[in-house]
Structures are given as structure tokens and as C-alpha cells.
Write a protein that binds this ligand. Structure first.
Ligand SMILES: Cc1cc2nc3c(=O)[nH]c(=O)nc-3n(C[C@H](O)[C@H](O)[C@H](O)COP(=O)(O)OP(=O)(O)OC[C@H]3O[C@@H](n4cnc5c(N)ncnc54)[C@H](O)[C@@H]3O)c2cc1C
Length: 208
């Protein structure tokens, strides 16, 4: 009973992957249709009925890597914004000389470093401690993607009108960062996952 996972080769008869889905930033996304596909038994992943467990364990890895991708976007946006703040002259001063700009850059720096530490913790825990890292990966993905959105938005703001001009790096990042808060566990779902891990851990302590 339960779901089972299979590897289905791309050229399997009955598998249709031709319907691409166009989203706001380039992403290899499409709809897969399986119509009367025959899949040999040796293509089974794990044991019968373990498909859901395998999918959830896979999410541990991919949630960490989506967090890492968000971190990369945030770092690039922060770098672009800092260079721009030093260069752009307004009212006879560099943008970076204004304290409001400095406060914004400080918030961005904190967000980037905190996201980095959470992403590294998830990777380290997986590689060194081993086992499931659902809590660490979910926290890393939630924080890194939510904060990257803020960092990229701040970068766009610092660029002013240029920030929304097509072709500018921060404009591209603004479109690219958005989907990360949705796939591999939307932020709301991650909060539920994290809370359930926190509550389970405390319940286990109480009963021991
Ligand atoms: C760029 C991109 C790439 C993707 N890649 C893949 C892929 O490779 N493989 C794949 O299978 N799917 C992929 N997806 C699909 C993605 O996983 C889903 O879009 C995502 O899980 C959200 O599901 P949904 O779109 O059905 O939204 P819904 O489930 O309808 O959710 C809508 C909103 O409700 C919120 N919500 C859901 N449950 C609750 C709750 N209990 N309480 C409060 N709020 C809740 C969600 O967080 C979301 O904000 C991709 C999507 C995108 C945009």
C-alpha cells in the first residue's frame, strides 16, 4: 500500500513532456503526462510503498539547494546595490553617504550572512551528521528565500528607476527570485513543517 516511485526514461512510450509552462523568469518547467506507460519492475526506486518517504527525503536536499540559490541571488543583488550606492551621485553626494542608504545596506548584509549560515548548517548537518535534515533544510529554505526577496527588492529600490529597466541585473533578479518562495515547499507549508518538528521534539522530551 502507499505510493511507489519509479524512474521513467524520457523516451518511454506514453510519456509526454512537450507542454512547456512559461513563467516570469526562465525555468525548465513543464507538464508531464503518463498515458498507458509501461515501466519495468527494475525501475522501482527503493521498496514498494516507499515513494512518499523517498520524495520527502529528496526535498531535504532540494530545499537546501533552493536556499543556496536564493542566497546566490541575494549576494549578487547586494553586490550590485553596494557598488551602485558608492557610484551614484544625488544632491552632490554619493548615495552611500546617506544614513538611510547605510541602514538599508546593513539590513541587506545581515540578511545575506544569516541566510548563508542557515544554508551552510543544513549542508553541514546532512554531510557530517547524516540522516534526515527536514528541520534544518526547511528553516534554511524559508529564511533564505524570504530574505533574498527583501534583499533583491532593496537593491531595486537603491537603483531607483533604473532598477526596473529590462536588462538591468537587479531587474532580472527581481523576477528570478520570486518563484523560489513557492516551489520545493511554499513558505507557508515550510512554517507548518518547522512547527511540527519543533512540537514533536518537545513532546518527545516531555515523555522521556
Ligand atoms: C518555477 C516553478 C518550478 C516548479 N518546479 C516543480 C517541479 O520540478 N516539480 C513539481 O512537482 N512541481 C514543481 N512546481 C510546482 C510547485 O511545487 C507548486 O506550485 C507549489 O508546491 C505550490 O503548489 P500550488 O501551486 O498547487 O499552490 P497551492 O497548493 O494551491 O497553494 C496556494 C497558496 O496556499 C498556500 N497554502 C497551502 N497550504 C496551506 C496551508 N495549509 N495553510 C496556509 N496556506 C497554505 C501556499 O503556500 C500558497 O501560498 C514548480 C513551480 C514553480 C513556480
Amino acid at each position: 500500500k502507499g505510493l511507489s516511485a519509479f524512474i521513467v526514461d524520457a523516451d518511454t512510450r506514453g510519456l509526454d513532456a512537450s507542454q512547456r509552462i512559461d513563467v516570469i523568469a526562465p525555468h525548465p518547467l513543464g507538464t508531464l503526462r503518463f498515458t498507458g506507460c509501461l515501466v519495468p519492475a527494475d525501475r522501482l526506486l527503493g521498496r514498494p510503498g516507499e515513494g512518499f518517504k523517498i520524495a520527502m527525503a529528496t526535498l531535504d536536499v532540494f530545499r537546501s539547494t533552493v536556499g543556496a540559490a536564493a542566497l546566490g541571488f541575494a549576494r549578487r543583488a547586494f553586490d550590485e546595490a553596494t557598488r551602485w550606492a558608492l557610484k551614484r551621485q544625488v544632491f552632490g553626494h554619493a548615495l552611500s553617504e546617506f544614513q538611510l542608504t547605510q541602514a538599508r545596506l546593513a539590513d541587506m548584509a545581515v540578511a545575506v550572512d544569516a541566510a548563508a549560515l542557515l544554508v551552510y548548517r543544513a549542508g553541514w548537518t546532512r554531510d557530517i551528521v547524516g540522516g534526515r535534515i527536514t528541520r534544518e533544510a526547511s528553516i534554511a529554505k524559508l529564511f533564505a528565500t524570504e530574505s533574498a526577496q527583501q534583499v533583491v527588492d532593496s537593491a531595486v529600490q537603491l537603483f531607483g528607476g533604473l532598477g526596473v529597466v529590462r536588462g538591468m541585473a537587479v531587474e532580472r533578479l527581481y523576477r528570478e527570485v520570486r518563484a523560489l518562495r513557492i516551489y520545493e515547499g511554499a513558505s507557508e507549508v515550510l512554517k507548518l513543517v518547522i512547527a511540527s518538528r519543533v512540537l514533536d521534539a518537545m513532546s518527545a522530551k516531555k515523555t522521556s
